[in-house]
Design a protein. Structure first.
Ligand code: F6P
Length: 361
């Protein structure tokens, strides 16, 4: 019999529990395997007390629940782990200990459910001899080699719903409403929710924006009789020729510190060139929470089953993925070589522009 370990790493995302449930059900019911749940991402590989058996009882009723029953954290990269030494923080490599713990727990295969960061760690563990299977997860949809990740669809639903709500109040008050959405370095959430929610302007990191151009387009709308406008700004969006503070790195906090958030920044700047009232809504972690959509539940469940099939065949170092309507797998290293970004000249951007949406350029 096999014993598989499951962990969820990085930011949480609707659909994680669907994957966990599928792994547990498929492992126990069809294969007679044991499942070990590892708590709090890679951190859970450091202590035995954070590993617990997962049976059918543990996954009962979790399908519609957001988040992850295993807990997660952005910490715990065993290859660069912060430890305190003489009152100072030092970054050390504790991966040998982690590899030992995995084999001591009798884990024959580790399923790592995560985004680009977690999958990179999984890949490095694989290179140290741990049999790993990856399951892609992120609301940002910025992972290569899969058409889409679960969590993204639910985030889009939330953002679209919020845009619908903003429309009625924007229209009543003749205001410009700026809605800031997540997505890190990618503009997918902004672009697709903006198209679905009927935005007038969409700002994405892949297309640096000009404030003047935005103001011109809002003025144009006004002269045609629309006395309100809706702007969707991806958190990573940047102004042309400046203010691009972060080019790489794990998050956008530097930018937030400098600009007070891109939504706030855009609203402040357009307030100077337009004689219109504007307000900002930062959607934030609402996009990550709550019950997964039908699509995400189904995709997560199918990913979980595919991961078991890979383990069964002894295929490791691969990540499950969606290609068209088929679930397949691909080498993890192919998926983590760079982020999947919006093509500024691609079909989706083109469609938005033909719909009369202004992309800030
Ligand atoms: O990667 C998912 C994501 O929600 C990004 O869209 C966002 O930039 C980041 O995580 C926020 O991270 P945290 O939960 O640490 O604030």
């Amino acid at each position: 019999a096999k014993r598989i370990g499951i962990l969820t790493g990085g930011g949480d995302c609707p659909g994680l529990n669907a994957v966990i449930r599928a792994l547990v059900k498929g492992a126990i019911l069809k294969r007679g395997w044991e499942v070990v749940g590892i708590e709090d991402g890679f951190d859970g590989l450091l202590e035995e007390s954070k590993m617990r058996p997962l049976g059918l009882n543990e996954v009962r009723g979790i399908l519609p629940r957001g988040g992850t029953i295993l807990g997660t954290t952005n910490r715990g990269n065993p290859f660069s782990y912060p430890v305190e030494k003489d009152g100072k923080l030092e970054i050390v490599d504790i991966s040998d200990r982690v590899v030992d713990n995995i084999s001591r727990a009798g884990i024959d295969a580790l399923v790592a459910i995560g985004g680009e960061g977690s999958l990179t760690i999984a890949l490095e563990l694989m290179r140290k001899g741990v049999p790993v299977v990856g399951v892609p997860k992120t609301i940002d949809n910025d992972l290569l080699e899969t058409d889409v990740t679960f969590g993204y669809n639910t985030a889009l639903e939330t953002a679209t719903y919020a845009l619908d709500k903003l429309h009625s109040t924007a229209e009543s008050h003749h205001r410009v409403m700026v809605m800031e959405v997540m997505g890190r370095y990618a503009g997918w959430i902004a672009l697709e929710s903006g198209i679905a929610g009927g935005a007038d302007v969409i700002l994405i990191p892949e297309i640096p924006f000009s404030i003047e151009k935005i103001c011109e387009s809002i003025e144009r709308r006004r002269s045609r009789g629309s006395r309100f406008s809706i702007i969707v700004a991806a958190e990573g969006a940047m102004e042309k020729g400046g203010n691009r503070v972060v080019k790489s790195g794990p998050d956008l906090r530097h930018q937030v510190e400098r600009l007070g958030g891109i939504g706030e920044y855009v609203s402040r700047r357009i307030g100077k060139c337009l004689d219109m009232d504007s307000r900002v809504t930062v959607l934030g972690h609402l996009q990550r929470g709550g019950s997964p959509s039908t699509f995400d539940r189904c995709l997560g469940s199918r990913f979980g089953i595919k991961a078991l099939e890979l383990i069964e065949k002894g295929i490791f170092g691969e990540m499950v993925c969606l290609r068209g309507t088929e679930i397949r797998s691909v080498k993890i290293e192919k998926a983590v070589r760079r982020l999947k970004l919006v093509n500024p000249r691609g079909q989706m951007v083109n469609a938005a522009e033909e719909l009369g949406i202004m992309l800030g350029r």
